[in-house]
Design a binder for this molecule. Sequence first.
Ligand SMILES: [Zn+2]
Ligand SMILES: [Zn+2]
Length: 368
Amino acid sequence: MSGAKVTSVIRVTTLSLLCFAVTVSSPVAQSRPGDTLDIYVIDVEGGEATLFVAPSGESMLVDTGWPGFDGRDADRIAAVAEQAGVTQIDYLVVTHFHTDHMGGTEQLANRLPVVHFIDHGITIDQGDRARAAFEVYSNLRSNGTHRVVRPGDPVPVTGLDVRIIASDGSVLNSPLAGAGDANPFCEGFTFHGADITSRFGDAEDQRSVSAFIGFGRFRTLIMGDLTWNKEHALMCPDNKIGTADLYLVSHHGSDTSGSEALVHGLQPRVAVMNNGPRKGGAVQTFQILQAAPSLEQLWQNHYAIPAGDEYNMPERFIANLQDEAPTQDTPAVHMEAAHGIKVSARRDGSFTVTNSRNGFSRSYGPRN
Ligand SMILES: [Zn+2]
Ligand SMILES: [Zn+2]
C-alpha cells in the first residue's frame, strides 16, 4: 500500500532478539545443511522482506522493507542474512516501487553487497515523494546489474527454479510446466470494479513482480502486492501456476488481494502471512484462508489487531504478539523485538516451519 505515514518513534533495535534459531520437534528427518531451501519471512513492521537461500548458498531477497528508523529494517535483514551465512544478496527482486517494499534498499546496500537488481522497470507513481524515493533506488541499481523482467523470465538462482509469473501489469500467457488445468474456484469471481479503483486498482500494486519458486517437488510463490483482478488473469479460467505447498500470503493479507480463485486454486498446505499489527491481516483474508479446503495451517508474522481473537491463529503460530497498545504516534510496535517465520523446504516437497519467537516448529510431509 502506498502513502503510509511512518511517524513512529525510533528505538534501538536489539538484534540479539532477532533470532531464527530452529528447535525441531518433528518426526521428519532433518536434512544436512545445504540440502534445504530456506525461506525467511522477515518482520519489517507491515512492509515486506523475504530471504530465499538456496542449497547452493545463493540468495534471493524479495523486497527490503521500509526506509528510516535508523536502518531498522536493513538491520533486521542483515541479521537474518548473517544467521543464514549469506554475505551478499545475489538477486534482489523489488516487487514494486512502494516504500514498504523498496524503501530499505539504500540502507541494506550499505550493509550487504547487492549483485543483481530485478524489478518491473520504472515507477508509475507521480507524487514528489514517490519520485524521489524511486530516484534513490534507481541510482542504487545502476551500481549493480539491473534487469527488467517479464512474465516467463527465469531468475537464475543456482539450484532453484525461479520463474516470473507477473510483472508491470502483465501475467503469464501460458501455464507453467504441468499446470493449466481448469480452476474450479473461478466460479463466482467478482471483479473489483472501476468505481473503487483508488482502493483496489493501485497502479503500482498491480504491476508487482511475482515469482514462482520450485525446489524439487516443493513449490511456492511470492507476489508482492499483486491485486485481486490480476489474480483472475493468472488463475482463471485455467490455473497457470498449478499447486503451491506454501502460499506466502499476498499483499500483507489485505482484502484487495487473496481471492478464492488464487488461494483455493493453489491448494496450499501452509500459508505464511507477512502482516503488520494494523497492516493487512484483513478479516476477509482470514476467512478465505480458513475456508481453503487444502490448508493445514496459517502462520502469521504479527497478531492482526483488526481481526481480533476470532480470526488470529493461536499464539504459537504468530511470530510477534500484540503486547503494547499502538497509538497514533507509535503505530509500529515491536520495534525492539523482531521475530520471524522460517520455512526449510526439502527436495521431496516436505518442509518445516519455525516460529523464531518461541522455537515452535511443525513439519509437513510431501504432498500425496
Ligand atoms: Zn504496494
Ligand atoms: Zn505493500
